[in-house]
Design a binder for this molecule. Structure first.
Ligand code: AHG
Ligand code: MN
Ligand code: MN
Length: 336
């Protein structure tokens, strides 16, 4: 089957012509995003080879958060660093896989944060995984790079997105004026625009949560899920469907594609750890995308985008997706 001629704008052409609040995309940001996209296209190729090039399995190391690193976590991290550190517009980068930020030689003021490989538990079983990224601007361009430069709320993001490596390799991107999606043409290595103005329907009948943690959840989350499970015979008066891929990137891609909500809430196993997911390079970029697509994202008490981070690897409770459901969850949290 030949490629459809409907899709003929590549990522570079999109960035050149895109406008945010009437202004073009700064050349430095274009340079950085093109470098990220190029690296993710390389990574997509590597991911697809899997065992053939010895990519599966554990790296035998741990990251700063005490999690076992898979070989692909390490490879993806190295590829991204190599891919972006030549960008003149970049001041520094930070990653899930590195304790401290890395200054780069650029003279610009952009800061890049990333989860190089999201969904590590799915790598070896050939289920969709991804890369998540967030771009901030350094507040004091002249000062030497500090960890504190990255500790800005999600509202400061100038770009955010992810690339999901699934049956297709697809990138979702926001520059603060809606969400667009691109699919990688694996023959030419180009990301091609496939969707404008992505929108999450306000109501839904689909939720995603790791149900095995049910006994550990806080009461408002338990109430919400209990009501979904009760279906037409309960409070909600409609049946719900449940999906859980366990790669945030793939679960959020489903929410952006057909609505629904995704939750990784706080639970009482480790009361002092506010959730599993990381604020700076998982929750913030996903929340920016979801808000830009007309959805909402909360930790139960406040919108994630409004949270002021205190640590680079800070964790956060996450509930995001279709607006009516997130508002319901916020309401349940406000009643305790
Ligand atoms: P990462 O692979 O970057 O550490 O992230 C994994 C996260 C996220 O992608 C997913 O939603 C969640 O962990 C899965 O957690 P469970 O193991 O509890 O299913
Ligand atoms: Mn992750
Ligand atoms: Mn990761």
């Amino acid at each position: 089957m030949s490629a459809s001629s409907t899709f003929n704008t590549n990522f570079k052409q999109y960035l050149i012509s895109a406008k945010v609040k009437g202004a073009g995309i700064p050349a430095g940001l274009q340079e950085l995003l093109l470098a990220v996209a190029h690296t993710c296209s390389t990574l997509s190729h590597e991911v697809a080879q899997g065992a053939l090039i010895g990519l599966l399995g554990s790296a035998g190391t741990g990251n700063v958060q005490g999690e076992v690193q898979q070989k692909l976590d390490v490879i993806a991290n190295d590829l991204l660093i190599d891919g972006v550190q030549g960008c003149k517009s970049l001041a520094g980068l930070a990653s899930e896989e590195m304790e401290l930020p890395l200054p780069v030689q650029g003279t610009g003021d952009y800061l890049l944060l990333f989860d190089p490989l999201d969904g590590s538990s799915n790598i070896d079983v050939n289920v969709s995984i991804g890369t998540i990224f967030s771009v901030l601007k350094k507040q004091d361009p002249a000062a030497s790079l500090q960890t504190s430069d990255f500790l800005l709320s999600g509202r400061h993001q100038v770009a955010a997105g992810y690339v999901v490596y699934g049956p297709q390799t697809t990138m979702a991107l926001t520059l603060g004026d809606g969400v667009v999606m691109f699919t990688l043409n694996k023959v030419t290595g180009e990301f091609i625009l496939i969707k404008h103005a992505v929108e999450i329907a306000h109501s839904t009948e689909e939720f995603a949560i790791n149900m095995s943690n049910m006994r550990h959840w806080a009461e408002p989350v338990r109430r919400y899920v209990d009501e979904c499970l009760a279906g037409v015979s309960g409070e909600r008066d409609k049946d719900f469907n449940m999906r859980w891929i366990a790669s945030m990137v793939a679960d959020v891609h489903r929410v952006l594609s057909r609505g629904g909500i995704f939750m990784y809430p706080w639970d009482q196993r480790e009361p002092h750890k506010p959730g599993k997911l990381r604020l700076m390079y998982e929750a913030n970029p996903m929340s920016f995308l979801v808000e830009q697509a007309g959805g909402a994202s909360t930790n139960g008490d406040q919108l994630i985008m409004d949270m002021i981070p205190t640590e680079l690897h800070e964790r956060v409770s996450v509930m995001l997706g279709s607006k009516e459901e997130i508002e319901r969850l916020q309401h349940y949290h406000s009643q305790v």
